[in-house]
Design a protein around this ligand. Structure first.
Ligand code: UTP
Length: 409
């Protein structure tokens, strides 16, 4: 099979491996997506993983965003609607914590990172505190599904257990693991990390629903009457999770999804903005926006592409079941990938990018759904992502925002 795919070099050290190592390598080969090299070749030749031409920007146009002023007027109504539904147990939360956190550069899971200065403030702790606030408002705890990756699963579970789930009811927290994708070399062939192990990385945050389903947790939702999921990133330490106002607004819209968005700080801010692509809700990356689009204004004088996604979404499960995992584009990123060095037989840590990582992005799900409500939130109140060790979206900026919101750090 490997020969047919042109990937037989994966077995080049096979004869030198112990029986256990051989078995582990064969198991790993059986578990990874072997169609990636072909998808990469199409990508490199100008077509995406579905064989379509990679013409960016796509058919992009502005989307109507529900702004703070409108939300303010209907706040009470939205909150009551959201609370009424959440109180019947229809809403659960999904924490995406499978990322590698390379920009932060800390050892271990990003959620275990301590952003405190005068006391311990772990990122996971902030998530549980925020969730607890929501549960107090709703009047009942909600289920939390935590996505990890093969690389950080054990440490994540151990860390959260050691901290007593930060006071959250343990029986309501379920962990599930996302899939890993093989890394590809410059020629698009699958790389070895060591003689008996393929180099892999988490396959992006877009595979979360398929992994949730494979773990039997979508069925669990069905059994428990959970019909909506609030999916969010691990690193925004200010976000409101299971926010009844957001939930109520999305329910009221009749749409199958909602996205919390923030106004950009300037037209140049490097953030993906919500838009329509071919008439369907989508996200356009900052580097895909032409200068003209970046500066384009609407009739009321506001910028047409000015609302950045915060990675906090609401999804109706019945709609996801129909579309998730189908036709998701694969994004390839050029990265430094530790790899097996044939000359020395050791793992080499490169100083510059030497291969490609493949990822699915969560926002690509939006395009398959019949609409999404972009819902503005106040940046200073709800958006403090910890992406970098210093500079913008860093530990320092997050601390400052937490302090301004009355959280001791
Ligand atoms: P990022 O895009 O910030 O990626 O993830 P990252 O891997 O955490 O960090 P860098 O890019 O290496 O510095 C946004 C959210 O998606 C999750 C992350 O944990 C974070 O909550 N994610 C990302 C996954 O769960 N799995 C992935 O494979 C990638």
């Amino acid at each position: 099979m490997l020969k047919g795919l042109g990937e037989e070099r994966l077995l080049r050290c096979f004869k030198d491996l112990s029986p256990d190592e051989r078995e582990a390598l064969l198991r790993q080969i059986g578990s990874i997506d072997l169609s990636l090299p072909a998808a990469f070749r199409e990508y490199r030749d100008g077509r995406n993983g579905r064989g379509e031409a990679q013409t960016v920007p796509r058919d992009i146009s502005p989307i109507r965003v529900m702004r703070l002023s409108e939300i303010g007027e209907k706040m009470k109504f939205f909150r009551e609607r959201g609370l009424r539904e959440a109180r019947t147990g229809k809403l659960a939360a999904v924490l995406l914590a499978g990322g590698s956190g390379t920009r932060l550069g800390a050892e271990g899971p990003k959620g275990a990172f301590d952003i405190g200065e005068t006391r311990h403030v772990y990122i996971f702790q902030r998530i549980f505190e925020n969730l607890n606030d929501a549960c107090a408002e709703i009047g009942r705890p909600v289920r939390l599904f935590v996505m990890t990756s093969e690389s950080n699963h054990e440490e994540t579970v151990r860390f959260i257990r050691e901290h007593g789930f930060f006071g959250y009811p343990e029986d309501l927290v379920s962990f599930f693991t996302q899939d890993m994708a093989p890394a590809l070399d410059e020629d698009g062939h699958i790389m070895l990390e060591s003689a008996g192990r393929i180099a892999t990385s988490p396959n992006g945050n877009g595979g979360w629903f398929v992994s949730l389903e494979n773990a039997g947790l979508v069925d669990l939702c069905g059994r428990e009457g959970i019909t909506w999921l609030n999916v969010f990133a691990v690193d925004n330490v200010l976000q409101r999770i299971c926010d009844p106002v957001f939930y109520g607004a999305v329910l009221e819209s009749g749409l199958p999804a909602g996205a919390k968005v923030v106004r950009k700080t300037s037209p140049d801010e490097r953030v993906g903005v919500i838009c329509l692509d071919g008439g369907r809700a989508s996200v356009v990356e900052y580097y895909e926006l032409s200068d003209a689009m970046r500066d384009q204004k609407l009739g009321d004088g506001s910028y047409a592409y000015y609302y950045g996604v915060t990675l906090n979404y609401l999804f109706r499960i019945s709609d996801l079941r129909a579309v998730a995992g189908k036709d998701m584009p694969i994004h390839f990123a050029h990265k430094k990938i530790p790899c097996y060095d044939d000359a020395t037989g050791k793992t080499l840590k490169p100083d510059s990018p030497n291969g490609w990582k493949a990822e699915y992005f969560i926002f690509d799900i939006l395009r398959s759904l019949d609409g999404c409500l972009p819902f503005e939130v106040l940046r200073e109140r709800e958006f403090a992502p910890v992406k970098n060790a210093s500079g913008p979206d860093s530990v320092e900026t997050a601390r400052e925002l937490l302090r301004r919101n009355g959280v001791e750090v």
